[in-house]
Every structure is written in structure tokens, then in C-alpha cells.
Design a protein around this ligand. Structure first.
Ligand code: ZN
Length: 369
């Protein structure tokens, strides 16, 4: 960390991102790449209607024509609202990994009840999940959320296959997530091999009921079962503020102070463990996207990056106590964890290389078509 501190004059990314590069005018590669990327274009008129038509047509003989994973956050809630407004017949899927806040549960319940949408909740085995989390925390790797994100993908694809659904509508979007994660801030999310490796050290010595998904599973779902992932919000003008106000008005939706704070672990991880152990503050990436797309004033965003990523010290303290108790740790365990140096995911077995090789082949084939 010998580098001199610098923050981008256009967004709010700073030298905590190891791969940030500043141009002479003081702007950075993160917001520049975002602004020049092809995916950041205003949606063409009619694109949304055509997309909905495609989904409706593919599912006209099924009970549901699309599947939507809901976390209780604004993005996925807005996708569900929009899908119903477009006349689609979604099946909502939620994964409960034991860390959901009551607020998130209530938001989901209100939403599906008012919209009259069927909901499948997948409850993961807490003992197995805790054991796996313990292994990732013991390994000092950055992306403990690999477990949640991988299992959520697995549950989405499995459920879609079970109900014969061809389209998964995701809450992923460029307008609020278009700034990419800096290198080393997270890990490849389809890494079943790495999860299996960590499972060897758990009490059962293997993956039991944990719904993992890997590269070859993805290939099967995508080309064998022809299940497609669509980022619905990229096909419309998506403004988070507007979405939130509508969700509050229509579904008594209760907001969270920061992105992804619907899970108690996620907010403790993003608000405390990541900044303290890894020097990472994910608020920068989320806010940088909003600033770059003109949804948030840069001065306000800069002020929002100051201080702890919690509304106040006492809510941080509540989460710290909850985390320690639920993980069956002591305060000393937490201190020991924080004091140990981080290790890279690439030090452990991984299938990232397989994914990258297949991706290169696929792109070459797509070009020669
Ligand atoms: Zn920038």
C-alpha cells in the first residue's frame, strides 16, 4: 500500500482498487470503461415489448413462463413488479440461507401476495451452510458470499428445469451495477470445484444437500435445457429512486440503508469484515455506478463513503453480536480472524480456468457463424 491516495474526479472509485488507472484529467478506468461499454446504451423503443413477447411465446404451454429469483432487495423486487405489469406469468424463487433479515422476509411476502405470484422458498441446511462458511472464513479468502451466490444460481436453474421454464429474469443491471468489481474484491461465482474442496474439511467431508452449480452444469442448463438468463432491467430505463418509491407505494416496501443489506451476514460482511480485514468498501462500486449514470450527486456519494457502512455504531454492534453467536464464535475468534492476513482464492483448487477456456471457444464460434 505504498501508492499515494487518489480518488476519481468523476465517480468515487479510489486507490483501494488495486487495478485503478487514472487518466491525466483525473478520471479513472472504472467509470470510463462503463461509459464506453456497449451495454450502457439507452434501451431502444420496442425492445422490452419484443422481449416480453419472446418469453410469453416460449412458455405459453407451461404454468409459468419465467422464473424470478427474489432476495427482497430493490432490483429483484422491481423485476417481479415489471414482469407482472408486462403480462408475464412468473414463478418467484427465494433462497433462505439462515441469514435473511425479517425486513427482507416481509418485503417478499407483501410483494408476492399483492401480485398474486407463486413463491418457492428453498431453505438450505443451516448446519452444512455454517460448516462451509467456517471453512471459507478459516481460509481467509475474500469472497465468503461465493456460497450464497453459487447456491442461488443453482436453485434458479434447477427450479427452472423442474418446471420447464425457459427464461430466468435476473435483477442484474448496468444502471446500478455497471461498474465492475475491482480485481481481488470477489471471486468467480460458478466455482463448484472450490466449494467442493472446502466441503472436504467439513464434518461430513463432502457436499451433502448444498445446491452447488459449476461450469458443466451451466453448459447443460444453457444448451441442453435451453434455459436463458435475461437482465430485464437493462431493457428499460431503470432508476433506482423511482423503483423504490413505487415499491413503497404499492407493496408497503421497506428500504435498507445500503445495497444488499437484506441479509444480516451480507451487511456485516460488507459493512465490517470486508473493510476491516481486506480494506474493501463495496459502497464505492455501487455508488460509483449511480453517480456515473447521473442518478446520484457526486458530493453526496462522497459523503456517503465516509465513516462506517452502518447507519450507526449500535446497529453494527447488534450485528457483530448476532454474527459471533450464530457462527458459534467467541469475540476472540473474531479478533483472530481479523488479524490474519488474507489469502487468494487462486491458491485453492478452482474451475475458473475451465470456464475461461470454454468462453473463448464459444466466442470464436459465435464470430465465425
Ligand atoms: Zn471514475
Amino acid at each position: 500500500m505504498s501508492r499515494e491516495y487518489q480518488v476519481c474526479i468523476r465517480c468515487v472509485m479510489d486507490t483501494s482498487a488495486a487495478d485503478i488507472v487514472f487518466a491525466e484529467d483525473g478520471t479513472c478506468n472504472f467509470c470510463t470503461d462503463f461509459l464506453t461499454a456497449a451495454h450502457w446504451q439507452p434501451p431502444s423503443p420496442g425492445a422490452l415489448g419484443r422481449l416480453a413477447e419472446r418469453v410469453r411465446k416460449a412458455g405459453k404451454r407451461s404454468q409459468y413462463d419465467c422464473l424470478i429469483g427474489v432476495s427482497g432487495g430493490v432490483d429483484s423486487s422491481w423485476v417481479l413488479h415489471q414482469a407482472v405489469a408486462l403480462g408475464l406469468r412468473p414463478l418467484a424463487v427465494h433462497m433462505d440461507n439462515g441469514w435473511n433479515s425479517e425486513l427482507a422476509q416481509n418485503n417478499i411476502a407483501n410483494l408476492v401476495r399483492t401480485l398474486n405470484v407463486d413463491l418457492v422458498t428453498h431453505v438450505v441446511d443451516w448446519e452444512e451452510y455454517r460448516d462451509l462458511m467456517q471453512q471459507l472464513l478459516d481460509a481467509d479468502v475474500v469472497d465468503v458470499e461465493l456460497l450464497y451466490d453459487n447456491a442461488m444460481l443453482a436453485v434458479n436453474y434447477r427450479t427452472a428445469a423442474r418446471f420447464g421454464i425457459r427464461y430466468i429474469l435476473g435483477g442484474t443491471n448496468a444502471a446500478t451495477e455497471g461498474i465492475r468489481m475491482p480485481v481481488g474484491w470477489n471471486w468467480f461465482k460458478w466455482d463448484k470445484r472450490q466449494i467442493k474442496y472446502f466441503a472436504k474439511a467439513t464434518s461430513t467431508g463432502r457436499l451433502a444437500s448444498f445446491p452447488a452449480i459449476g461450469t458443466l452444469d451451466y453448459v447443460w442448463y444453457r444448451w441442453g435445457r435451453k434455459i436463458d438468463w435475461l437482465s430485464l432491467l437493462d431493457h428499460m430505463a431503470y432508476e433506482k429512486d423511482v423503483a423504490l418509491r413505487e415499491l413503497q407505494r404499492l407493496y408497503q416496501y421497506k428500504p435498507y440503508p445500503y445495497k444488499h443489506y437484506e441479509s444480516v451476514f451480507t451487511r456485516f460482511y460488507q459493512g465490517f469484515l470486508l473493510p476491516r480485514k481486506f480494506g474493501i468498501d463495496k459502497r464505492r462500486v455501487h455508488l460509483a455506478a449511480l453517480v456515473t449514470t447521473g442518478q446520484l450527486d457526486r458530493d453526496i456519494a462522497m459523503r456517503m463513503c465516509d465513516g462506517i457502512a452502518y447507519p450507526d455504531e449500535s446497529s453494527l454492534e447488534d450485528d457483530r453480536e448476532y454474527f459471533v453467536k450464530k457462527m458459534r464464535w467467541t469475540d476472540a475468534d473474531l479478533e483472530t480472524y481479523l488479524a490474519r492476513p488474507p489469502r487468494a482464492h487462486s491458491e485453492f483448487p478452482s474451475e475458473q480456468g475451465v470456464w475461461q477456456r470454454l468462453d473463448r471457444i464459444y466466442r470464436r464460434m459465435a464470430r465465425s457463424d
